[in-house]
Design a protein around this ligand. Structure first.
Ligand SMILES: Cc1cc2nc3c(=O)[nH]c(=O)nc-3n(C[C@H](O)[C@H](O)[C@H](O)COP(=O)(O)OP(=O)(O)OC[C@H]3O[C@@H](n4cnc5c(N)ncnc54)[C@H](O)[C@@H]3O)c2cc1C
Length: 265
């Protein structure tokens, strides 16, 4: 036997997704749709950590998922990663906020969703562990990460000093990160094109005169931009890596970007 070979890892067994049904659809801003769904299977949904993610599964038309006969190998339907923005355990109700970014399985589904539609939800998983000594945080997000940024904001210790920077298309996309916690982000208006996503965030971070040395940083946006922001923070501003939580939420030109890009390899 090859003693150097890594032992085979057991295949990850995912719990089956929970089915829920759309009950409210809100056009929050021109570019954002909030969809609430509920159903008894959400009783098994664990309250999510701030910035956690879920998987929304999209079985092709005519495909029943999970399959009735589990002994038959059936490919898992395509899925996309979203934020469980608000979970009401008393009502088994989950809110999800969708950026209308154009053609995309999930974005297009949200644009055409109707009350009563079935939603298949995996997770939640992951999330941000708020450091115990956090007194000051800089939150940086584009539209796709604003739902998670709102969750992080709501999980901070009382009295935390918060700076938020949000890159959005235009003033019509400005909205509170949280209905409960006051926060006045620096809004960066990108304009209608997303050809250079995150460019305004990068410029704003580079231009910070003296970034607070005691701050933690929570950064989530387009993947390539997230890497550049990370680089500006560590090399230009000399911020310790241990103070950074950075995450790519989507990648320009890529479909179904993975849910675990921390940009830190
Ligand atoms: C942990 C985590 C949490 C997330 N939470 C949310 C959330 O709460 N709300 C949310 O809207 N998104 C969220 N996202 C981002 C979301 O997973 C991606 O935007 C995903 O690509 C959307 O799937 P889709 O089927 O609509 O598009 P895809 O089929 O994946 O992509 C189609 C095309 O659209 C482009 N694209 C994808 N997203 C965007 C965007 N935001 N802006 C411009 N172009 C885009 C892609 O580059 C690709 O060219 C999250 C991602 C992660 C990793």
């Amino acid at each position: 036997m090859d003693q150097t070979a890594a032992p085979a890892r057991p295949r990850k067994q995912r719990p089956p997704p929970k089915a829920a049904y759309v009950d409210v659809i809100e056009q929050v801003t021109p570019g954002l749709i909030r969809i609430s769904c509920s159903g008894p299977e959400l009783a098994a949904f664990t309250p999510p950590k701030p910035g956690a993610h879920i998987k929304l599964l999209f079985p092709p038309p005519g495909v029943v998922w999970p399959p009735a006969d589990s002994s038959v190998e059936t490919p898992r339907p395509p899925s996309r990663t979203y934020t469980p923005r608000r979970f009401d355990a008393a009502r088994n109700r989950l809110e999800i906020e969708f950026v209308r970014h154009g053609a995309g399985l999930a974005s297009s589904w949200a644009e055409t969703a109707r009350v009563g539609d079935r939603v298949l939800i995996g997770g939640p998983g992951g999330g941000y562990a708020v450091p115990e000594d956090l007194r000051h945080i800089v939150i940086i997000a584009d539209e796709s990460a604003m739902p998670a940024a709102g969750m992080v904001l709501e999980a901070l210790p009382a009295g935390s000093e918060v700076q938020a920077i949000c890159e959005i298309a235009d003033a019509a996309e400005e909205r509170p990160l949280s209905p409960n916690v006051a926060c006045s982000p620096l809004w960066l208006h990108r304009g209608p094109s997303v050809a250079a996503p995150g460019a305004l965030i990068e410029a704003a971070v580079r231009a910070m005169p003296t970034p607070p040395a005691d701050a933690y940083w929570w950064v989530a946006c387009e993947a390539a931009s997230m890497r550049r922001v990370r680089d500006i923070l560590t090399t230009h501003h000399g911020i310790e890596r241990t103070r950074l939580h950075t995450r790519g939420y989507w990648k320009f030109g890529d479909s179904n970007y993975p849910d675990h890009d921390y940009g830190a390899e």
